[in-house]
Write a protein that binds this ligand. Structure first.
Ligand code: SF4
Length: 495
């Protein structure tokens, strides 16, 4: 049996880092981890190929070669996934689709030959069993959560690793919290399920043995969901593993803000190689946090928590949301003020949307305010419900927030605020390789000579070189990120 696994293109978004990765001559940020894991679950005797359309073009001959075309997608890939499916079906190939896009809204994909939904550890074996007996079901789904201690190592040999700026690993699924707008708990549940130490190290070995020595993103929804296991088993093993490797990875992940309350956990994470965490801050307004039941952020000094993470060696990337019913008219100004003061350089501000299946979705539907399904890109100015605040005022305020925090002057000021607080851990803020040197030279030309931000660029350049030399490579990296963010905002007609 010949299997083609296709990852449809991801549109230009805040997180695509499309304009930043050109500086390091990469084609995409992340490989399609889900598809590579599914590939490992298929019978070893089958021939498999992966086409990630974010790095490589998909040709008709690729499709015609296959007996089955597997398509994996998230909501943000809806339009490109639909094109791939239509193309494969025009070429008379059987399509098997899975991933969050299809699991959340299977009824909208009635034309797809087979939908293997929810967690593939459960539904894929049942599909394969039926396929072997000649009667594959059209929809395989489950309401159970998979035991991820049986999940195999992804088939890294099916991609060209050098096309990507990061590799990714999943250690856990699920989150103990229950934020109203979040679909993580809908997709993966509230009891964090984790892989074993042996499994995790095997995944690290698989990457390192193939020569990977750069950034690795632990794609967990909330890495610190099970702290006891982290402190007693996982992090000590990761620290030990790291010491045995000459070129260990630089790690980043997602975690809830209560990480800042646990000094020991922060120290262990930094020792294990973590340099960055993405944290959902959501709002500086307490009533809005209460409204969405953002338990880990409530009744705390958000700024102090962010600073605590930064001083322990973790750069904080923050997610922010506008459009809560409780947001006052002053929210835009307060959000800009908070982001500038916090030194959160990568601040992803989006309009609130209600993913299918969430408590927010049900509430808005009951209140008659739901309009459509969300786009999956929470920074594209769309909302799928009627907000309490006047929509025009909300969108205009949102634009002003973005224009303000990503204007060169404010952006570079924020980088300096961050670098003043940040205390890099033992892994250092960044190692320099040939690719980084190439990015450095490009940054001088594109940002320092051609760019509109050149005055700010050189100011940061010399400031960090002479006053914070240890963080100089990070200053250059963040300058490049700023270039990407501005390009994305230009794409949306904001800057
Ligand atoms: S803390 Fe994050 S992952 Fe967990 S429920 Fe809230 S938004 Fe979702």
């Amino acid at each position: 049996m010949r299997i083609l696994l296709v990852n449809p293109p991801i549109p230009e978004t805040f997180w695509s880092f499309r304009h930043a990765i050109k500086f390091v001559s990469k084609r995409a940020v992340f490989p399609p981890l889900g598809l590579l894991t599914v590939a490992s679950m298929l019978p070893a005797s089958w021939t498999k190929r992966v086409v990630d359309m974010n790095t490589t073009a998909l040709s008709d001959s690729d499709i015609v070669w296959a007996d089955l075309v597997f398509v994996g997608a998230m909501s943000v890939q809806e339009s490109s996934a639909r094109s791939v499916i239509a193309r494969a079906q025009r070429l008379h190939r059987t399509v098997v689709a899975g991933g969050p896009l299809f699991s959340a809204r299977p009824d909208e994909f009635a034309h797809v030959d087979h939908l293997v939904l929810n967690e593939a550890e459960i539904t894929l074996p049942s599909f394969l069993k039926d396929l072997a007996s000649g009667v594959p079901q059209r929809i395989c789904r489950t309401s159970d959560w998979a035991d991820i201690t049986t999940t195999p190592v992804p088939s890294w040999d099916l991609i060209t690793m050098k096309h990507y700026s990061n590799m990714n690993v999943q250690y856990s699924r699920g989150c103990p919290f229950d934020c109203e707008f979040c679909d993580i708990t809908v997709l993966f549940g509230r009891r964090p399920r984790t892989k074993s130490v042996e499994q995790l190290l095997k995944e690290f070995d698989a990457l390192a043995d193939r020569g990977w020595s750069d950034e690795v993103f632990l794609v967990d929804d909330n890495f610190i969901g099970n702290r006891t296991k982290l402190k007693n088993e996982i992090l000590p093993a990761m620290i030990h593993w790291r010491r045995g490797r000459k070129q260990p990875f630089l790690l980043n992940t997602e975690a809830s803000l209560d990480l800042a309350d646990d000094r020991e956990l922060m120290q262990m994470m930094v020792e294990a190689g973590f340099t960055t965490v993405f944290v959902g801050i959501e709002s500086p307004h307490e009533e809005s946090l209460a409204e969405c039941r953002k338990a880990p952020n409530r009744k705390r000094n958000l700024l102090s928590s962010v600073r605590s993470l930064q001083t322990h060696g973790l750069q904080v990337q923050g997610g922010f949301i506008l459009g809560f019913d409780s947001d006052p008219a002053t929210i835009f100004h307060r959000m800009v003020e908070f982001i500038q003061e916090s030194g959160i350089v990568t601040a992803m501000v989006g309009l609130l949307n209600a993913p299918v299946g969430t408590r927010l979705y049900r509430r808005l539907r009951d209140e008659g305010r739901l309009l459509t399904t969300m786009s999956g890109d929470n920074t594209d100015f769309s909302m799928n419900f009627v907000p309490k605040m006047n929509l025009d005022a909300l969108v205009q305020g949102y634009r002003q927030v973005l224009e303000s925090i990503y204007a060169p002057k404010q952006y570079y000021q924020r980088v300096r605020t961050f670098l003043r607080t940040y205390q890099p851990g033992p892994s250092g803020p960044m190692r320099l390789s040939r690719v980084h040197l190439q990015a450095f030279v490009k940054s001088i030309v594109i940002l320092g000579i051609i760019g509109k931000e050149r005055v700010e660029y050189w100011r940061l350049f010399f400031w960090s070189l002479f006053t914070h030399p240890k963080t100089f490579p990070m200053a250059i990296t963040l300058s490049i990120y700023g270039f990407h963010y501005r390009k994305v905002l230009e794409h949306y007609g904001t800057l």
